[in-house]
Design a protein around this ligand. Structure first.
Ligand code: SAH
Ligand code: SF4
Ligand code: F3S
Length: 443
């Protein structure tokens, strides 16, 4: 940014990581627009480039560093200001300036409300500034600039008070802070009035939610209240922690058709021994009891999960327990990862590192097994009809993409649809990761 460049400037945000980050980027964009910055169509055209980063695995960090490298020339020539936001910023702090000297601003995910002040300092010509303290009020939403007019995120709880041995999130997102139920409901009502079809309630552990207001709604009561807002069509929530998952949540889903038929319940491992070493606070049997609760619902609720392979000390037999858990639970989807050692985490002190090669082998075996399960589950749906919310259109053919309440992606042929609308689709074919269908003509 040359000295002669004056405000307002253009900005572009690149987002890495989870949905919490995607939503944070919307909040940051809102604040920037409120300060007179204009959104640019790409990073090439922006004076200010923000990378909203993820630190969950080493690979996630490497991706950010290599992306940062691509801005080096422009930043050094004074053509661009480069800022690092998010979990890596929170975790690494000023270390980022040492690693990448042309970065001007490092602002952690916990202090976005300071961003306008930080930008004033940058505008005044300061070369490098940081904001890293945890904010007590992380939920400010008055300026949120949502990128999808039909699906809206609402953060209901920030941070994490658990201490899973492998996980860096408690260090990047800080302690658990829940948002008052009235404020959540007011935002949800407002969004529905503005035309939002689907609301996704977000938190590292949504079901650890504790209403700080006098109403003291439980998470299940909050779900029911959001699901009962007149005009709302779909409500999703993620992520649920197995230990805090209750039958009350299943009952809420059963009695509110707007609550989607999907629970994401990360198991991490099928071995009680490994779960104990991970400090997950449940056994394989406890977890299977939660699954039984979900399976006892009147509606067919789909279940997805996260799995880590090659955690320190995981034996071949332990790994096979995870494979047998896949068979027992019959997940509709699973994200699986090789264990990645992270700074500050207690797993660094554990012995029994599993070699990278062996981690890779286990991952391939696990993914192949899960793929078969998903394929069989999806193929059992061929011939059935589902309501699908239309998300987008394929670039060329008269093909559209939508999603079922169970969160399955459906590609279907149709001459014309409206994004955000709900249409009936009959499934004609199925792959492991999506369904193919045709629009059912209604009269
Ligand atoms: N709060 C959520 C998870 C957030 S992180 C929960 O408790 O389930 C998303 C996923 O990343 C985790 O479920 C885990 O499977 C994976 N993950 C977290 N730390 C990891 C690490 N150090 N190495 C590999 N995968 C990890
Ligand atoms: Fe990480 Fe565990 Fe907290 Fe999830 S519950 S964010 S895995 S520490
Ligand atoms: Fe990554 Fe932070 Fe989300 S570490 S997964 S962006 S909470």
């Amino acid at each position: 940014m040359g000295a002669g460049m004056s405000r307002p400037q253009t900005f572009y945000i690149e987002t890495f990581g989870c949905q919490m980050n995607a939503h944070d980027s919307e909040k940051v964009a809102g604040q920037l627009v409120a300060r007179g910055y204009r959104p640019a169509a790409s990073s090439d055209e922006a004076d200010l480039v923000f990378l909203n980063t993820c630190a969950i695995r080493d690979k996630a960090e490497q991706k950010v560093y290599s992306r940062l490298g691509q801005f080096k020339a422009d930043a050094q020539a004074g053509k661009k200001v480069v800022a690092v936001l998010g979990c890596m910023a929170q975790l690494e702090g000023e270390k980022i300036f040492r690693q990448v000297p042309f970065v001007s601003l490092v602002c952690g995910s916990a202090s976005y409300r300071k961003l306008p002040e930080l930008l004033v300092q940058i505008e005044a010509g300061q070369r490098q500034v940081t904001g890293l303290a945890y904010d007590d009020e992380p939920f400010e939403t008055e300026f949120t600039r949502r990128s999808n007019p039909f699906r809206a995120y609402i953060t209901i709880i920030e941070g994490c008070d658990k201490a899973c041995a492998y996980c860096v999130v408690p260090f990047t997102r800080g302690p658990e802070r829940s948002r008052a139920s009235d404020s959540i409901l007011a935002e949800a009502r407002q969004l529905v009035e503005e035309g939002t079809t689907e609301i996704q309630l977000l938190g590292q552990n949504v079901n650890s939610y504790r209403d700080p207001s006098r109403r003291r709604l439980s998470f299940a009561e909050l779900l029911a209240a959001v699901g009962g807002i007149p005009g709302i069509r779909r409500v999703r929530f993620t992520t649920s922690h197995p230990r805090d998952f209750t039958g009350e949540i299943v009952q809420a889903i059963d009695s509110h058709p707007t609550l989607c038929d999907h629970v994401h319940l990360p198991v991490q491992s099928g071995s009680t021994r490994v779960l104990r070493r991970m400090a997950r606070e449940y056994t394989r049997e406890d977890y299977l009891e939660k699954i039984a609760l979900i399976r006892s619902a009147r509606r067919a609720i789909s279940i997805t999960t996260d799995i880590i392979v090659g955690f320190p000390g995981e034996t071949e037999a332990n790994f096979e327990e995870t494979l047998s858990l896949l068979d027992d639970v019959q997940y509709d989807g699973a994200f699986s990862f090789k264990y990645s050692p992270r700074p500050n985490t207690s797993a660094l002190a554990l012995d029994g590192q599993v070699p990278e090669e062996e981690q890779g082998r286990r991952l391939v075996v696990l993914q192949a097994r899960q793929r078969e399960i998903q394929l069989a589950r999806n193929q059992s749906l061929v011939g059935r009809e589902f309501n699908v919310v239309v998300e987008s259109r394929h670039s060329k053919q008269p093909q559209w993409v939508g999603r079922t309440t169970t969160n399955r992606v459906v590609n279907f042929a149709s001459s014309g649809e409206e994004r955000g609308s709900t249409v009936p689709v009959r499934v004609t074919a199925a792959g492991p990761n999506s369904l193919v269908g045709e629009r059912v003509q209604t009269v």
